[in-house]
Ligand binder design. Structure first.
Ligand code: BES
Ligand code: ZN
Length: 614
């Protein structure tokens, strides 16, 4: 068995179940906790269990109730520290023991963001949320923090009585904390085995509303109604997904809208997808993110990448399913249109990393690489492009969905590598092995840069975007009067996004052009986050000073990394405003999500020592 380069916990044991008892302490910004891990030996004479930890204070360890000796290894920059536990006895292969660890998290835990009341919509109560993917669970729970290990979990969480706790599991009741009647204990059970990165918790002044037979939306009360409207297609997406790939096994599918600093668009926590409030566009136009997170209920959460090097198995298949849901609910043309947009996102990631950077491989080596640093559109869009290419070669969407279904059936509840995926592909298409052998596998998987084949997508929905962007690119100053409000009136918000993406692929437009574009289309007034993000980037690139404060505002008012990182990068490339961008970042840093703050600092080439000099 190949080891996970991002985990110390090895392959000699496997955790089968976690029992968590958490006490959330807002004044100290720590979780005091006890976890019992049911661990199975995978080889004979097993006597030392290694767990991943990060910045945890370990209080005590016992095994089957007997005190056990433990030592902590040195703290690695992103992997954290190994916790070696010597069992008081040896286990033979297949035997289990219950290892109990009492510990406390650090206020700086990378999985957690602690928000003050002022940082919430309600302004009255504090808020806590977790984001464990990829390798941050270890800063919240000492565990085998590798996606190769799957376990069920049970949790009880004590929180102040005005707050509500939710987790990535089925709710299992609540009671007044017998130790402190100012607190409530919430209980959760997750009976489906899952990797540690899917453990998730939120504590805040949460309310919820039903949006379907198995779905509720959760958020601070200020956003509940807006969220219920925005995500009203949830049940029809779930049904569509079930028609495509089989039964939804997780019971509940709820969506929780987080505060604006949530670093991702969505996160597929089982039973409870996490979503950024930037999806609340008011017109359901960003609901593909929900289709995406729903799809992870199969690809990712049932069939899981064995290590983060095989992350494309999670995300590539999920983007493929997300777009199949779009195909069912909208049209094949819409799928083709979104696929074309994805190719551009891939091109941008390749440009940012550099076409010879091995992190643009579909299957990169992550030896000594922080998964957060490796994150990009590559696993999503190179993965999608490969699957789409195979679809075309092997007989079209219906034929290829047969493979995807079979892949999910074959590997559900397991964790797999790219080789296992490929072997299954060759087995499933055993009558078309000659076709499969013509694929340049080495180029697709282990070569940096753009893929060896560029798919030809249908351009019906893109034609209007291409035509309008070409008019702007080619226009001389004296032609600007020909642009009219009506040019863009017939474009959907999806098409407006595509139009702006096309312009962002080109050299910056002259300042006169973006000013005119604002005059005729009034893009400043559009609050759809995908449109606004691209528009402000375009303006900053064209050195329009009036856009700078708006770009700074968007970069800091919300913290979705997809927006915040490129906006800060763009601003800092504008020589005249570089220092101001740095100052704005440093002023916000302490209130930012720890992972976002760390990555923006790296993007801006700020090291820890420089942070006070401005
Ligand atoms: N699982 C990812 C988010 C993630 C990836 C968090 C890696 C931490 C590490 C989630 O499913 C995702 O891909 N979200 C996208 C949605 C988009 C592709 C539709 C996002 O956040 O924008
Ligand atoms: Zn995803």
């Amino acid at each position: 068995m190949s080891a996970d380069p991002c985990s110390f916990s090895g392959t000699r044991s496997a955790t089968r179940h976690l029992n968590l008892v958490l006490h959330v302490d807002f004044p100290r910004r720590v979780i005091r906790a006890r976890v019992q891990l049911t661990v199975e030996a995978l080889e004979d004479r097993f006597s030392v269990l290694t767990l991943d930890t990060k910045e945890l204070q370990i209080v005590s360890v016992s095994v089957n109730g007997q005190a056990a000796r433990f030592t902590m290894g040195p703290e690695h920059s992103f992997k954290g520290a190994a916790l070696d536990i010597t069992l008081p006895f040896e286990l033979s292969r297949g035997q289990q023991a219950v290892v109990e660890v009492t510990y406390e998290t650090a206020p700086s835990a990378s999985a957690l963001q602690w928000l003050s009341p002022e940082q919430t919509a309600g302004k009255k109560q504090p808020y806590l949320f977790s984001q464990c993917q990829a390798h941050h669970c270890r800063s919240m729970v000492p565990c085998q923090d590798s996606p190769s290990v799957k376990h069920t979990y049970y949790a009880q969480v004590s929180v102040p009585k005005d707050l509500v706790a939710v987790m990535s599991a089925v709710r299992d009741g609540q009671e007044v904390d017998p130790q402190d009647n100012n607190r409530i204990i919430y209980r959760f059970r997750q009976p489906v085995p899952m990797p540690s990165y899917l453990i998730a918790i939120v504590v805040g002044a949460l309310e919820s509303r039903e949006i379907g037979p198995r779905s509720r939306v959760w958020s601070e009360k200020e956003f509940v109604d807006k969220a219920a409207f925005e995500f009203s297609e949830t049940e029809s997406m779930l049904k569509t997904a079930e028609d495509l790939v089989g039964p939804y096994v997780w019971g509940q599918y709820d969506i929780l809208v987080l505060p604006p600093s949530f670093p991702y668009g969505g996160m597929e926590n089982p039973c409870l997808t996490f979503a950024t409030p930037t999806l609340l566009a008011g017109d359901k136009s960003l609901s593909n993110v929900i289709a995406h997170e729903i799809s992870h209920s199969w690809t990712g959460n049932l069939v899981t990448n064995k290590t983060w090097e095989h992350f494309w198995l999670n995300e590539g298949h999920t983007v493929y399913l997300e777009r199949m849901i779009g195909r069912s609910l909208v049209s094949e043309q819409f799928r083709q249109f979104k696929a074309m947009g994805g190719w551009k996102d891939l091109q941008e990631s390749v440009n940012t990393f550099g076409a010879d950077n091995q992190l643009t491989n579909l299957v990169p080596s992550l030896q000594d690489v922080d998964p957060d640093d490796a994150f990009s559109s590559v696993p999503y869009e190179k993965g999608f492009a490969l699957l789409y290419h195979l679809e075309e070669l092997l007989g079209g969407p219906d034929v290829f969905m047969g493979f995807v279904r079979s892949y999910i059936q074959r590997f559900s509840y397991g964790s797999i590598t790219t080789d296992e995926w490929k072997n299954h592909l060759f087995t499933y298409f055993k009558d078309q092995v000659d076709v499969l052998n013509k694929v340049d596998w080495n180029a697709w998987m282990f070569t940096p840069g753009m893929p060896p084949v560029k798919p030809q997508y249908d351009t019906t929905l893109a034609d209007a975007c291409i035509a309008l962007s070409q008019r702007w690119i080619k226009a001389k100053d004296q032609d600007l009067s020909l642009f009219k409000e009506s040019d863009a009136k017939t474009l959907s918000s999806h098409q407006l996004i595509e139009f702006l993406s096309l312009l962002l692929q080109e050299d910056p437009l002259p300042l006169s052009h973006v000013k005119k574009m604002q005059e005729v289309y009034d893009l400043n007034a559009i609050m759809n986050s995908e449109i606004r993000f691209r528009w402000l980037r375009l303006c900053v690139r064209s050195r329009w000073e009036e856009a700078v404060p708006m770009a700074m505002k968007m970069a800091t008012e919300q913290g979705r990394m997809k927006y915040t990182r490129p906006l800060f990068r763009e601003l800092s490339n504008y020589e005249k405003y570089r220092d101001e961008a740095l100052r704005v970042f440093l002023a916000h840093r302490a209130a930012m999500h720890p992972v976002t703050a760390g990555l923006v600092a790296k993007d801006l080439k700020l090291d820890a020592s420089k942070t006070t000099s401005l």
